[in-house]
Design a protein around this ligand. Structure first.
Ligand code: NAI
Length: 396
């Protein structure tokens, strides 16, 4: 198998333990290099730069799965599912890093640390306690109480902050946090508001001029979620008027594709605003956690056929293959009669089925069959050549 873009080395170690020969490459390959490697690779691991095209997927008969060692998966062409190739990613491995950075920013904003530091860098000594406050006893409002929001809640309470939150889904409040009835109630109650919602049609411009006006005078806003959640022109205006006392923003509606590309934002140059280049989840620990998560998902798929955590595939999971059994993994078109053909083929060959699990999406079905061990290679050929078969293999 091949890993690209300097995936953390722990991924290679995990996959080697499962018997893979791993080519670990630091760069993102050219289309030609990738096509050559895909001819012989059963698994491919990429980060966000390497594009896996429809042509590459359809041309590679060896390829069984793709691991995206990051959050997003849109670098892999959407045809993967129809070709029977699951995609795995690590959506939550960097959530602690975001929660920690958010807490750090809340303290920095509350003490105006960036302004004080910037001034000292240019030779201005400004020792004063004016507008510099502890966070202990102050109220943090969290919008979106998922993986990141709930971790932030626990960390903030450990500093003595009061936590209130709003989530569109019913969420168990951790510690002494309080769930409020709606977002406006959180905005009105909080000294700091931190956003941790996904990017969806319903969260675009979730925070605009009206919501900023609902915040307490001088309260501060942190957005480490997604760039389109906040109307930055409205935020700049609220900061200039002093209604919002400070902001930390890590994500932007338009972000440069490469380091060094130009960037501008309506928030540039404003006082008590921390701007960071989408680094909330970018830590060494997160890279390692991502590598472990995706490598283990790929290994489980290879050895057991488990697709439960795939982003594009019917979710099928069975316990480990029992000794003396063979596990057949069969991806086929979701049309009537395929299972019955498979059952008949196996029954006619005298092969007993001991466990079976099927899941389908609109076009594709995936079935795992645990059957008694058999020697007859014709059985596999017969299953493979069913007209509805998309891809099949024996696990492990
Ligand atoms: P999650 O899916 O675990 O939690 C999101 C929560 O928001 C869910 O509980 C959902 O019910 C809630 N929600 C959805 N719409 C809402 C609304 N209108 N009002 C209130 N709650 C709403 O996601 P997770 O892992 O906590 O990530 C949160 C955000 O952080 C995502 O947008 C993610 O892309 C972003 N992120 C940013 C990173 C960075 O580097 N800055 C790194 C990792 C994640």
């Amino acid at each position: 198998m091949a890993l690209f873009e300097a995936v953390h080395p722990v991924a290679a170690s995990i996959l080697q333990e499962h018997g893979f020969r791993v080519d670990s490459l630091k760069h993102s390959p050219s289309a030609q290099e990738l096509a050559e490697l895909a001819k012989t690779s059963t698994l491919i691991g990429v980060r966000s730069k390497t594009k896996i095209s429809a042509q590459l997927l359809s041309g590679s008969t060896a390829l069984a799965a793709v691991g995206c060692f990051c959050i997003g998966t849109d670098q892999v062409d959407a045809s993967a599912a129809a070709l029977g190739i699951p995609i795995f990613n690590a959506p939550f491995s960097n959530t602690r890093s975001v929660a920690e950075m958010t807490l750090a920013e809340i303290i920095c904003l509350s003490r105006a640390l960036f302004q004080k530091s910037s001034q000292l860098h240019v030779g201005r000594w400004d020792k004063s306690s004016k507008n510099s406050r502890e966070v202990r006893g102050r109220t943090l409002g969290i919008i979106g109480y998922g993986h990141i929001g709930s971790q932030l809640s626990v960390l903030a309470e450990s500093l003595g902050m009061r936590v209130v939150f709003f989530d569109t889904a019913r969420k168990l409040a951790l510690g002494n946090a309080h769930s409020l009835a709606n977002m406006d109630a959180v905005l009105a109650a909080s000294d700091f508001v931190s956003l941790h919602v996904p990017d969806m049609a319903s969260t675009r411009n979730l925070i605009g001029a009206a919501q900023l006006q609902n915040m307490k005078l001088g309260a501060m806003l942190v957005n480490n979620s997604r760039g389109k959640v906040v109307d930055l022109v409205a935020l700049a205006s609220a900061l200039k008027s002093g209604h919002v006392g400070g902001a930390a923003v890590d994500v932007f509606p338009e972000e440069p594709a490469e380091n060094g590309d130009g960037f501008s934002t309506p928030l540039a140059g404003l006082s008590n605003v921390i701007l960071t280049p989408h680094i909330g989840g970018s830590t060494e620990e997160a890279q390692e956690a991502i590598a472990i998560d995706v490598a283990e998902k790929l290994a489980r798929f290879w050895t057991q056929g488990c697709t439960a955590t795939s982003v594009n595939f019917p979710a099928v999971d069975l316990p480990n293959v029992r000794s003396g059994q063979v596990r057949i993994l069969h991806v086929h078109q979701n049309v009537p009669g395929v299972l019955s053909k498979m059952h008949t083929l196996l029954a006619n060959a005298g092969v007993n089925i001991n466990a079976e699990h099927l899941q389908s999406d609109q076009n594709t079905s995936y079935v795992i069959l645990d059957v008694d061990a058999f020697q007859d290679a014709n059985i596999m050929n017969a299953l493979r050549t069913l007209p509805e078969t998309i891809r099949m293999r024996v696990a492990g």
